[in-house]
Design a protein around this ligand. Structure first.
Ligand code: SF4
Length: 476
């Protein structure tokens, strides 16, 4: 997503956990490395040595947080880890995960991927009862709910607490002797279980399991609370059965890594199919297909295969920018656009080029890139987008800007074409997108395309805080 590389959306977080392995800290470090694309602001690992939880969390990339001998200092037989991109809770050191707290003299650690959509009302309710919040993350709500539970048994308390949460949440919860993997009843975000020798592995995406040579076993089921202890695994299903499954379709289109299988099928394959479908729906004559690297690569390959037009890597991505330019601030975003992608002048000069990308969000960065292609001498610049226009925001953990800032929410496709100075612009149809998925359309959330939110949302939620703001209320 090139428009989004600097202007959102981003994914909200990645989770990785290992149970029953003396190398759990090292394995979790590797797992998080593989999930770095899901969050680049902060990283953390908490391990258990059977008596205590040992913690290392910090802001920065996985390699920055875990430089030096730090992994030796947190050795344990089980671990949970987290990489963070803030969607709820601002991006500061206080908001690093996994969180570690003491609840009724029991050490507990929690890592979360997603967005709890009833967070503002829950927080108000807990505030009124005297709860004192330490962070602005929605994840902290679970800690307060656990602390207030009357259940003696921790698993019971956890089941009783998570059913009060609404929205998108994959959670890893760890005590000194157990790990729990929890997935919301709609199954918005991917969450998988695997095995490695005698150990168990949990991961947001299967690519992280591949890296440590773990074998994928199954997905954590929507609505499942999986308890893992030395006695084995136990599954609980405490949620009401009235939720429909709503996997985030955008995980397949953009967020997940192409070497992952997400919701049971391969991301690379899906993206190529999207490109094929797009070429069938919106053919044209041109000299070359150029992907916006890296996220447009796979759809562009499919488009080139289907259309028979030459595939060229005509836009070169600078891989050495680092997270400075991925910070969610407008100044950094705009600067980042200029340094991150550069057209190959000699290749595009005098040519009719088709740029394939996965979405246009605000349109600001796409406009600069198209201008750069024209400045490099392209005679025609066309754009093909491998999903329908994004007209609605996401309240389930993907950091889309609010509706008023989405270009497709304010302008027709013809108007966007003019704004971006394109010779032609086409998006994949909604039906075409669904055809490329290996699950039925009814199993996906597609709310950012059609506004049909599968779980009730509070549109006044501030993505960076649990407070309501006037600006958000205006934009709701
Ligand atoms: S609204 Fe869009 S990005 Fe958000 S969960 Fe649904 S499909 Fe995914």
């Amino acid at each position: 997503m090139n428009d989004s590389e600097y202007s959102s959306p981003k994914d909200s977080c990645g989770l990785f956990g290992v149970f029953g392995n003396s190398e759990s800290a090292d394995l979790t470090f590797l797992g998080l490395y593989s999930l770095q694309h899901r969050g680049e602001e902060a990283a953390g690992i908490i391990t258990s040595n059977g008596r205590n939880l040992l913690s290392k969390v910090g802001t920065g990339l996985v390699s920055e947080v875990f430089s030096g001998p730090v992994l030796q200092e947190i050795k344990g037989d089980m671990a949970i880890g987290h990489v963070r991109y803030s969607t709820t809770g601002s991006s500061n050191a206080n908001n690093c995960q996994p969180m570690k707290v003491s609840i009724k003299r029991r050490e507990v650690s929690i890592a979360h991927n997603g967005n709890i959509t009833n967070a503002p009302s829950l927080r108000k309710c807990l505030d009124d009862q005297g709860a004192i919040f330490q962070t602005s993350m929605d994840t902290e709500l679970l800690i307060h709910l656990l602390a207030r539970s009357d259940c003696e048994d921790f698993t019971d308390a956890l089941c009783e607490s998570v059913i009060k949460l609404k929205g998108a949440f994959c959670l890893l919860v760890m005590t000194v002797d157990k790990i729990y993997a929890i997935r919301d009843p709609s199954g918005f975000r991917p969450f998988s279980l695997g095995k490695l020798w005698g150990s168990l592995v949990l991961s947001s995406e299967t690519c992280a399991m591949d890296l440590i040579e773990a074998e994928y076993t199954r997905d954590i089921q929507p609505g499942e609370v999986l308890e893992i202890s030395k006695d084995g695994m136990k599954s609980f299903f405490p949620f009401k059965k009235d939720h429909k499954v709503a996997h985030c379709i955008f995980e397949q289109i953009y967020f997940a890594k192409p070497d992952s299988n997400v919701f049971g099928f391969n991301v690379y394959e899906t993206r190529k199919k999207l490109g094929h479908q797009l070429a069938k729906e919106s053919p044209l004559e041109a000299d070359m297909i150029i992907p916006m690297p890296d996220s447009g690569n796979y759809a562009a390959l499919g488009f080139a295969e289907e259309s028979g037009i030459q595939f060229e890597l005509g836009m070169i991505r600078n891989h050495y920018i680092g997270r400075t330019f991925i910070e969610p601030s407008q100044v950094m975003r705009e600067f980042g656009v200029k340094v991150k992608h550069n057209p190959v002048k000699d290749l595009v000069k005098g040519k009719r080029v088709v740029v394939v990308d996965d979405s246009i969000v605000r349109g600001t960065t796409a406009k600069i890139k198209i201008k750069n292609l024209r400045d490099a001498g392209a005679t025609e610049v066309h754009m093909r987008i491998c999903c329908p226009p994004h007209r609605h925001s996401c309240y389930y953990g993907i950091d889309f800007p609010e509706k008023s800032k989405l270009i497709a929410s304010n302008f027709s496709i013809e108007e966007i074409k003019k704004i971006l100075d394109l010779d032609s612009l086409a998006y994949l149809s909604y039906e075409g997108m669904l055809q490329c998925m290996k699950l039925p359309g009814k199993d996906f959330c597609t709310a950012c395309f059609n506004g049909d939110y599968p779980v009730e949302v509070d549109k006044s939620i501030n993505k960076y805080s649990l407070e309501l703001t006037n600006e958000d209320n205006r934009n709701a």
